[in-house]
Write a protein that binds this ligand. Structure first.
Ligand code: NAG
Ligand code: NAG
Ligand code: NAG
Ligand code: NAG
Ligand code: NAG
Ligand code: NAG
Ligand code: NAG
Ligand code: NAG
Ligand code: NAG
Ligand code: NAG
Ligand code: NAG
Length: 736
């Protein structure tokens, strides 16, 4: 309280000085731009803000990472940032952005921080007199009462694990996942615990950990589900009861719940980070982490004049009469909905944040092999470094690094040759990634339903019902147009040809089989080293390029030198008569002029009833997800699991989530650019055990390819997958 009054008094004095200065100058008609993140500020609020003689307008941003970029560019002037967003911003722009007001919750105006984490121990916690430095070691074997993990709280893993990682420096065990390392360290140090909720982002892996380390659920009311009976207040009350029962010797909880539940009970005391102990009735409790309040932050150049204006607009200790316009009411609603702005002395982001938290998180050691993300171009690399830092701030392990490359194929090579670990790819490249570069799925990208990849077979419309191709059997000795060799259209075609019995299912040499079936084709890329493991024999490749070399054309490449490259090119190949049928992704030919010149050949082998590109999902040859995340197939199970768990954790915190506080949206645009790191069609990441239809359809496309690579035609792909999972679980449970 004293601090608050102090700040108010000092700032009032300063304001008077500023206002006097300002009155001397002519009234500047400056318009300020406020960052308006799509998640938190509605269109209506922005319209209201911009009405009348408004001096503030909205600048739409995807998230506060974009706001920070816009502030530094000068395109925006100020925005509202929470502590996590400030921490991320600080790591890129430590000096260009300044906090100018603090935003305290209306009900907690006296609190200097949004929340504080504290450690509580019984008063008789150490019998022996020991030095403070020794006291933390006395926690060994004493049992830990932890509030637990859930997606419905603001406390992220960094905050939730701050105490346990500080008191017991992490030791990285070999050959086990980073998360298991952490769990084993906890067991080794505290002996027992109750630590409710998901320890790992994958629920079956989480269950295995719980089975393997049951001691860490021993102090729970319900050991089987590893929870307290009372999970109110995100488990904090349960943790305090666990301590009060004397089950655990220590609880890590929020200060406010200590006051609520234990009050100033002399049977308990605070344990400080330096090993000191303090009674619960102390004036100055020692916190382990203090989360600074949200702030209004401004770009440095406008911070001072903007601050004076905001004093007035937001009615903050403004010494002169305060007259409120409609747009000011809107501004107040946006900024001070359930908080009050409190003046801050001039300071940097670092100064503001370090009052409560460690700000140099990047040099904290993490377990597990760093995940090297292959990125293409500067912008994607920039987004990757933001995501990597955000993940680090959230407490995600292992850490992520960004390896800049120059193309998808260069990334494939980088991963195959162990210079990078992962990349998300368009499902168009799934076949080449597997067969040429020995990569495999890490996670599938769940695709927004209307953005699935849909492969269709198209023939030219015929006036007199005289179609050269009326069924898949008619493909024999015809010419086909493919957007790209080894692409998803090519793969869908080989699958449909196999299921219709027009190519053999006994051979894996697809290009040879296709060259025998057709009289010609345009398969861009078949002559490139990028697209083939071992060069395709020239008689085969020249036949499968023959349709590209129609008339005066010569190129069979995957670039614009080849008139028939890509989905649009394949349609052109069909319409100019170079081929009799085209296999294309329906999404990419939407703007073709004159669709009535074409007719679709449906999956069931009959022509669609009407010309044009209207069709139902049963007609498409395949309807699959649009992208997937791939890594080296021969990676160890441990590093693969580390990658999966880290990415699912990132998905939990930075993906689509209702009422989330996401400093950066990983699936959204970055700096106004879509499709960086993830395709825009992505709505989430799902594991390979997903039973979603579009995922199963995608896996089905590769079932013959997988049989080919394992050399076992008897085994189905599913069987192989289940066997691998079983083997891993066997090793996991019995290897120790
Ligand atoms: C970890 O795995 C490697 C290779 O499989 C092996 O050489 C090493 O002994 C293992 N280390 C431990 C501690 O199990
Ligand atoms: C303090 O806590 C102990 C242990 O839970 C309890 O027995 C005691 O009644 C509490 N004292 C007060 C004053 O609440
Ligand atoms: C401005 O703030 C003062 C006290 O801080 C309050 O009495 C007054 O009602 C506020 N005016 C408006 C329009 O909110
Ligand atoms: C891409 O990078 C590799 C090395 O990283 C280089 O050898 C190659 O020439 C580059 N290709 C292009 C098209 O820049
Ligand atoms: C893929 O694996 C095969 C067989 O293990 C190997 O011959 C080939 O060189 C690998 N390809 C790459 C790009 O590493
Ligand atoms: C092919 O090129 C030759 C010489 O450039 C030209 O005379 C001929 O008309 C071209 N044919 C077509 C179909 O474009
Ligand atoms: C197109 O691809 C071919 C073969 O990969 C290459 O030789 C050519 O340089 C490329 N042309 C352009 C303009 O990229
Ligand atoms: C084939 O599928 C299409 C589209 O789903 C449908 O309209 C047509 O009746 C089917 N034809 C046969 C012979 O089943
Ligand atoms: C995986 O394969 C690559 C290239 O074929 C090889 O360099 C690497 O050592 C292999 N890794 C493991 C764990 O077998
Ligand atoms: C954002 O884009 C602009 C221009 O498009 C570029 O100058 C700037 O460097 C980019 N910033 C980041 C962080 O990627
Ligand atoms: C590069 C090239 O020769 N392109 C030709 C391909 O074929 C079409 C149709 O005959 C011509 O218009 C292009 O000029």
């Amino acid at each position: 309280m004293k601090l608050l009054l102090d700040i108010v008094f000092r700032s009032t004095m300063r304001n008077i000085v500023w206002v006097i200065l300002l009155l001397g100058a002519a009234r500047a008609e400056q318009e300020y731009k406020l960052c308006a993140p799509l998640d938190t500020v509605s269109d209506d609020a922005c319209y209201a803000l911009q009405r009348g003689e408004s001096q503030v307008s909205c600048l739409r941003v995807a998230d506060n990472a974009e706001c920070a970029i816009r502030l530094v560019q000068g395109a925006a002037d100020f925005g509202v940032f929470n502590a996590e967003e400030l921490l991320l911003t600080y790591q890129f722009y430590p000096l260009d952005i300044m906090p100018i007001f603090q935003l305290r919750h209306r009900d907690k105006l006296q609190e200097d921080f949004e929340f504080q984490t504290v450690v509580v121990v019984p008063a008789d916690f150490t019998q022996k007199v020991v030095s403070p430095g020794e006291r933390l070691k006395q926690l060994k074997g004493g049992g830990l009462c932890h509030s637990g993990f859930s997606k419905s709280q603001w406390w992220n893993d960094y905050i939730l694990k701050h105490f346990e990682k500080t008191v017991n420096r992490p030791y990285c065990h070999e050959n086990i996942t980073a998360i298991e390392s952490e769990i084993r360290n906890l067991k080794d140090f505290f002996g027992k615990a109750c630590r409710p909720g998901d320890w790992a982002a994958d629920s079956s892996f989480d269950q295995e950990l719980k089975n393997k380390y049951p001691e860490l659920c021993d102090l729970c009311d319900d050991r089987a589900t590893c929870t307290y009976n009372n999970m109110e207040k995100h488990g904090h009350l349960g943790a305090l009861k666990c301590l009060a029962r004397r089950d655990g010797k220590v609880a890590y909880v929020a200060l406010s719940y200590v006051y609520e539940y234990l009050k100033t009970n002399a049977s308990f005391q605070f344990l400080c980070p330096n090993g000191n102990i303090l009674p619960l009735n102390t004036e100055n409790p020692c916190a382990w982490l203090k989360q600074p309040w949200s702030v209004i932050a401004a770009r440095k150049e406008v911070a001072k004049p903007l601050k004076i204006n905001l004093m007035n607009w937001l009615n903050i200790s403004f010494p002169f009469g305060h007259k409120e316009n409609d747009w000011q009411i809107a501004l107040n609603k946006i900024i001070q909905e359930d908080s009050r702005a409190v003046d801050l002395p001039e300071m940097s982001l670092a100064t503001y944040l370090s009052k409560g938290r460690e700000i140099d998180i990047s040099n904290i050691e993490t377990c597990g092999k760093t995940i090297r993300w292959c990125t293409i171009g500067d912008l994607e690399t920039n987004k990757c470094t933001w995501v990597a830092k955000a993940a680090r701030n959230l407490g995600v392990e292992p850490s992520i690094s960004c390896i800049k490359s120059n193309s998808t194929f260069e990334c494939f090579r980088d991963i195959a040759e162990d210079r990078a670990d992962i990349i998300t790819i368009d499902s168009n490249y799934g076949y080449l990634a597997r067969t040429v570069y020995n990569l495999s799925t890490v996670l599938y990208s769940e695709t927004e339903t209307n953005k699935n990849s849909m492969i269709i077979a198209v023939v030219r419309e015929s006036e007199d019902n005289n179609y050269p191709i009326k069924s898949f059997h008619d493909l024999k000795n015809r010419k086909a147009c493919f957007p790209e060799y080894g692409g998803i259209s090519w793969l869908s075609f080989t699958n449909i040809a196999r299921t219709n019995g027009i190519i053999s299912s006994k051979s894996c040499d697809y290009s040879l089989l296709v060259s025998k079936l057709l009289s010609g084709a345009c398969s861009p890329g078949i002559e490139d080293a990028d697209h083939t493991r071992t060069a395709v024999p020239t008689d085969v490749s020249s036949k499968l390029c023959s349709a590209c070399r129609y008339q005066n054309n010569t190129s069979c490449a995957v670039n614009e030198t080849n008139r028939y490259y890509s989905d649009k090119g394949a349609i052109r190949c069909l319409s100019e008569g170079a081929g009799d049928v085209a296999f294309v992704d329906a999404r990419n030919i939407k703007n073709i002029i004159n669709p009535s010149m074409y007719r679709i050949l449906c999956k069931n082998g009959s022509l669609a009833e009407f010309p044009g590109f209207k069709f139902d999902e049963f007609c498409a040859l395949s309807v699959t997800i649009d992208s997937e995340l791939v890594g080296r197939k021969n990676d160890t199970q441990t590093s693969r699991m580390d990658i999966v768990l880290a990415l699912l954790k990132i998905e939990d915190w930075l993906g689509y989530r209702v009422s989330a506080q996401r400093p950066i949206h990983i699936y959204g645009p970055f700096n106004d650019t879509l499709d960086l790191l993830f395709k825009d069609s992505t709505s989430g990441l799902i594991t390979s055990s997903s039973t979603k239809k579009s995922v199963l359809a995608y896996k089905e496309l590769f079932s013959h390819v997988d049989e080919c690579s394992t050399g076992s035609f008897a085994a189905t792909a599913n069987f192989v997958f289940i066997a691998l999972v079983a083997l891993y679980h066997f090793l996991f449970n019995y290897a120790h």
